[in-house]
Design a protein around this ligand. Structure first.
Ligand code: 5GP
Ligand code: MN
Length: 328
């Protein structure tokens, strides 16, 4: 039995013994956090458990039509006496953006490097392409059948967290799980259309505005994007409309990494980064207290952008140089 198998069995035993669960994930949810939580929720339903799902922020619009979305409560403070809190996709409990969870029995399930092991039970697998892969294994261990609803959320988690099968975290296991979800009724073409081809006209305008102001550095290997509230308002968009936008520069062959600065009115700067192959943006984010994965990472700083930018760009140029050495 591997160490992972041992932890999965421990988690399974604890879940089977407990009755009332609170599920959560990180603030500003993405497809992996939504998919992992809802797959888990449907599995716990099947076991006759009581389930509550709590997130700090609402999910972007294109996730709203997926099964069970109405079950997610949006709040940053909970008062709960649940028998267990299952936290998925969070390297640190503070990533939830929710207070009131720390006094409960916490089960921590995550695939981010540097997980802080804050749970009573901690299952942390950096090799999983999505937290949804881990949830899939747990659901199997619980003996719950893979219904179409559960399969949809597992596929959603994997589709989005691999950057639509672009990132370097994909393994045979990823496709093996996807195969089983398709056998359970998932339609990959419909999923891709729903998730990636659901832009509003306002978002198309926003894509134009953000790409128009893109700056290329390091002989075209690094793209820098900016966004502030004025650009959002001009296009009739909100911050939720920015999802996926960061991936567009990577469709240019020369561009190896992208950094996206989103400037909030109070001066807070949210930084997202994406990269190709072995260019490691996670280690860059970690130097600013953030995290993520090799090809997708981020952090937040309390401005000002002018102070942050020069050193960050230097670090990204270094990461690109190092990553290119091992290019396949
Ligand atoms: P995004 O750029 O889409 O917000 O995030 C990309 C990846 O980096 C995701 O896996 C996300 O969880 C992670 N990430 C983004 N911001 C932070 C942060 O401030 N701290 C940590 N630990 N991870 C982050
Ligand atoms: Mn993830």
């Amino acid at each position: 039995m591997t160490n992972d198998d041992f932890v999965i069995h421990q988690i399974r035993d604890e879940i089977l013994q407990r009755r009332r669960f609170l599920l959560t994930s990180h603030a500003r949810p993405d497809g992996d956090s939504i998919g992992s939580q809802l797959a888990m929720a449907f599995a716990l339903d099947a076991l006759g458990k009581e389930v509550r799902i709590v997130n700090a922020d609402a999910a972007p619009d294109h996730y709203q039509g997926f099964p069970g979305m109405h079950r997610i409560e949006i709040t940053t403070e909970v008062d709960t006496d649940a028998d267990a809190v299952i936290v998925m996709e969070c390297s640190d409990l503070s990533r939830t953006g929710i207070t009131g969870l720390d006094s409960r029995f916490i089960i921590n399930i995550d695939h981010h490097a540097g997980n802080r092991l804050y749970g009573a039970l901690n299952w942390y697998d950096e090799t999983a392409a999505a937290c949804g892969e881990m949830v899939f294994d747990l659901i199997r261990a619980l003996g719950v059948p893979l219904t179409e609803q559960i399969a949809t959320h597992i596929y959603l988690a994997i589709l989005t967290d691999t950057g639509a099968f672009h990132h370097s975290n994909i393994t045979p296991r990823t496709f093996d799980i996807c195969r089983q979800t398709v056998e359970a009724g998932v339609n990959p073409a419909a999923m891709a259309r729903r998730v990636f081809d659901s832009n509003s006209f306002g978002k198309l305008k926003l894509i134009g505005a953000v790409l128009d102001s893109m700056v290329l550095l390091d002989e075209g290997r690094l793209a820098v994007l900016y966004l502030d509230d004025e650009m959002l308002q001009l296009c009739g968009c909100t911050h939720n409309d920015t999802e996926g936008l960061i991936n567009l520069p990577l469709t240019a062959r020369e561009i190896q990494a992208v950094v996206f600065f989103k400037i909030a009115p109070g001066g807070v700067v949210r930084v997202s980064m994406r990269s190709k192959y072995d260019v490691d943006v996670r280690q860059v984010a970690a130097q600013y207290g953030g995290g993520g994965h090799k090809n997708a990472a981020g952090f937040t700083v309390d401005g000002p952008l002018d102070e942050l930018r020069p050193r960050l760009i230097e670090r990204l140029v270094m990461a690109i140089g190092e990553g290119l050495l091992t290019r396949p």
